[in-house]
Write a protein that binds this ligand. Structure first.
Ligand code: HSE
Length: 412
């Protein structure tokens, strides 16, 4: 019998309890011994919960209990989660976390602490909800030189964009629905503004490339400025707009890492990833392209990944598992202005033909995009592959037009 504690009885924490109780027999078999939920930390009371009576609002009851061997952190956020997880590891307890904010900011420190103490710190649920991605990336794809990872990493924004693209539902209504379904963060700006996807690409890139990528190093754009017109232009060009987190290795060893809305051609394997689903593409030298797909948010999909980590830690008590990366460095992530991609530009100008010709003189041949009744004082086109620096220079040199939007085209 292994005693565990759960910190945080919100959507994910209560899902973990539900899965542990519902699938108890199977889980006991897989873990090799029963798992007992000994304590649950939450400041709220849950008298109707199946585990009522095991709640405490005092962290010391958990950290000071030598019988508790594994602690699950589903509180979210940095404070007090970081301090609690650190203290659990220092007290000799292995930890499972679903907290992407914590891992993206402090993963290197917590992994080092776990390594020093021969403990495990696992966080499969922090990226892709229920999709197995960290373990496959670290173990099954270990033979590969991974050169790129890119994905739809946020269920809420994918849900909102899908509703805009396919159901003509407004941005606000779709976001409300996502919140009601429990997909969105407590602060949905973290979803919409791209920060949640940023944290996840940081974790993926840190694991795949071996050095910590910190969220503040990653240029991050959200979907708040995407309009139904952008969606229509993308469709006319032959693609869909998705919020993409992408990290690729540069020849000089640094990373090109960015989060932004991008247009994916319909032929991309990620273009058909809709609703709350996430899709993650890994490019390796031996495997080629491999895509992971599944529910990226929600109570039970996320709990599925947390419980799998608990089982793994029960099976490896006193033995180190895997997962490790070094601290990062200030120059490790390249300036996003140097990142290259084709762009879809929408520009407001009086003489669209003349403006296009001027633009092509500077950039090379561009492909015009129009839809029925698209505004006559607007030029939409797709540029050749360029850097943001070059685009800024060219637009700066042509003052007779104003930019409505620029969206990268992804070669995924
Ligand atoms: N808010 C997150 C999302 C939850 O929408 O993907 C899962 O990390």
């Amino acid at each position: 019998m292994v005693k565990i504690a759960i910190m945080g009885y919100g959507v994910v924490g209560s899902g973990v309890v539900e899965v542990l109780l519902k699938n108890k027999k199977n889980i006991t078999h897989k873990a090799g011994e029963p798992i007992e939920i000994s304590r649950i930390l939450d400041i709220r009371e849950f008298p109707d919960s199946p585990v009522a009576g095991r709640f405490t609002d005092n962290f010391e009851d958990i950290v000071n209990d030598p019988d508790i061997k594994i602690v699950v952190e589903t509180i979210g956020g940095l404070n007090p989660a970081y301090d609690f997880v650190r203290r659990c590891l220092m007290s000799g307890k292995s930890v499972v976390s679903s907290n992407k904010e914590l891992v993206a900011a402090k993963g290197d420190k917590l992994l080092a602490l776990a390594r020093e103490r021969n403990l495990n710190f696992l966080f499969e649920a922090s990226v892709g909800g229920g999709i197995p991605i960290l373990r496959p990336l670290d173990q099954c794809l270990a033979a590969n030189e991974v050169f790129e990872i890119a994905g739809i990493l946020n269920g809420t924004t994918n849900f909102v964009l899908t509703k805009m693209i396919h159901d003509d539902i407004s941005f606000d209504d779709a976001l409300n629905l996502a919140q009601r379904l429990g997909y969105a963060e407590r602060d949905p700006l973290a979803d919409i503004g791209g920060l949640d996807a940023c944290r996840k690409i940081c974790i993926l890139a840190s694991l795949a490339f071996g050095k910590h990528v910190y969220p503040e190093q990653v240029h991050t754009e959200g979907i708040q400025n995407i309009t139904l017109e952008d969606v229509k232009y993308a469709d006319k060009w032959g693609g869909v707009i998705k919020l993409i987190g992408r990290a690729r290795k540069l020849k000089d060893g640094r990373l090109d890492c960015i989060v932004a809305p991008m247009i994916l051609p319909h032929t991309s394997r990620l273009a058909a990833v809709n609703d709350v689903f996430n899709g993650i593409l890994v490019r390796g030298d031996a495997i080629g392209d491999v895509v992971f797909y599944g529910q990226g948010a929600g109570k039970l999909p996320t709990a599925s990944a947390v419980v799998a980590d608990i089982i793994d830690e029960v099976k490896h008590l006193g033995a180190r598992k895997y997962l490790s990366w070094e601290p990062g460095g200030a120059d490790y992530v390249a300036d996003y202005h140097d990142s290259k991609s084709a762009m879809m530009l929408r520009l407001k100008c009086d003489n669209t033909e003349m403006f296009k010709s001027k633009l092509e003189d500077m950039l090379g041949v561009c492909e015009s995009v129009e839809f029925e009744n698209s505004p006559s004082d607007e030029l939409a086109l797709v540029t050749p592959v360029i850097t943001q620096t070059r685009l800024d220079e060219v637009i700066g040199a042509l003052p007779d037009a104003s930019m409505i939007s620029s969206i990268r085209i992804a070669d995924l």
